[in-house]
Design a protein around this ligand. Structure first.
Ligand code: NAD
Length: 342
């Protein structure tokens, strides 16, 4: 995979498109990012044949089918996704079915552009698979595109990225290089996010956060994830909770759950956060960012906790501490009410 990273890198898109021999590019975005898609079309000139601006969270198959109809009609030979995980997910879903080359231009910190993972929803169920077919051929990180990411979304998206690095540090398949990257990523994001929330157009802080997010995406794509990602998968997939805010709320609690099972990871996470304790440090960071702290506050119903426990315990991801239903219930109850992790 090829990566271009910097400020103002959009100017390099025509060269990158040429490198992939793309001559009829479809630009993907959400409706909210239509203007950014317009800028990209302008940069691509004659190589772009149009845009599709209906990307949606959790990659519903119906939307993918609508986009595929445009791909066929316009004889598209390359995909360019400008946006967060939702838009990049749509690009991946098209690549999965067509093998078309993709350029990803990420504008959040979710990290999907670095992973061979795709999750799609059909009939209310989210199915995830890993296949190299969906990995974008080229990613162009342009700091300038992240300046417009609202502070609240920057905060939760940044915590979503940190969650990838945190779980990489205690993943069953962890390795020293990915651990090094994960620790550096947590340090970069923990430092940058408060500055971004205070001053969203701080270019240096945006640069540092995007660098951290890149590292987090590599971590997510390289080693398996554990309890935290399983819980967020269940909460997002079955109860339709918003992706990044769910990660933000659950992370300190999942880390507290795993504290005794992964002492070395905890030491590294705490050190990167500049905190005494990993779980408390993550909770403090979310609080400092003004991010949501409770599942109740982001739309979960208390009555659904039992079903979430059952689903998370049924087919668990490998985890440093065994999955025990009673302890999971306590974890979710704490996350639901927004208490400090225990
Ligand atoms: P998102 O892509 O849904 O973006 C959130 C909102 O912010 C959208 O309205 C978007 O248009 C807007 N936005 C994004 N960037 C902006 C910018 N720079 N300026 C202004 N507005 C901007 O959110 P997300 O959290 O990035 O992605 C969530 C989705 O990604 C979920 O479906 C999740 O499952 C998926 N995901 C997949 C992977 C993977 O590896 N497959 C990894 C992470 C997330």
């Amino acid at each position: 995979m090829r990566v271009v990273f910097g400020d103002g890198t959009l100017a390099q898109l025509p060269v990158e498109a040429e490198r992939l021999e793309m001559t009829r590019i479809l630009v993907l975005s959400t409706p909210e990012q239509r203007d950014q898609a317009g800028d990209i079309l302008a940069h691509l000139g004659k190589r772009a044949i149009g845009s599709f601006d209906r990307a949606t969270m959790h990659t519903p198959v119906e939307i993918t089918e609508q986009a595929l109809a445009v791909v066929r009609d316009k004889v598209v030979d390359g995909i360019l996704s400008v946006g967060g995980g939702s838009t990049i997910g749509l690009g991946k879903a098209i690549a999965l079915r067509t093998d078309l080359p993709q350029i990803a231009v990420p504008t959040t910190y979710a990290g999907s552009e670095m992973t061979p993972i795709i999750g799609e929803t059909k009939d209310g169920e989210k199915l995830t698979q890993r296949t190299r077919k969906v990995l974008p051929e080229t990613t162009v990180y342009d700091v300038s595109l992240t300046l417009s990411l609202p502070p609240a979304i920057s905060a939760t998206s940044g915590m979503n990225a940190i969650a990838h690095a945190v779980e990489a540090l205690y993943a069953e398949e962890r390795n020293p290089i990915i651990s090094l990257m994960a620790e550096a990523a947590i340090r970069a994001l923990a430092d940058a996010l408060p500055m971004i929330v205070a001053k969203p157009d701080d270019r240096d802080a945006r640069h540092q956060a995007l660098y951290g997010a890149w590292l987090c995406g590599i971590a997510l794509g390289s080693v398996g994830m554990a309890l935290h990602h399983k819980l967020c998968h269940v909460l997002g997939g079955s109860f339709n909770l918003p992706h990044a805010p769910t990660h933000t709320v659950v992370l300190p609690h999942a880390v507290a759950y795993n504290a005794k099972g992964a002492p070395d990871a905890m030491r590294r996470i705490a050190s990167a956060l500049g905190a005494e304790d990993a779980a408390q440090g993550l909770y403090d960071l979310a609080q400092r960012l003004g991010a949501p702290l409770s599942l109740a506050g982001i739309g979960m119903r208390e009555a659904d906790i039992e079903q979430a426990v059952a689903q998370a315990a049924a087919r668990p991801y490998p985890n440093p501490r065994p999955i025990e239903a009673a302890a999971l219930r306590r974890l979710l109850q704490n996350a639901y009410s927004g208490q400090r992790p225990a």
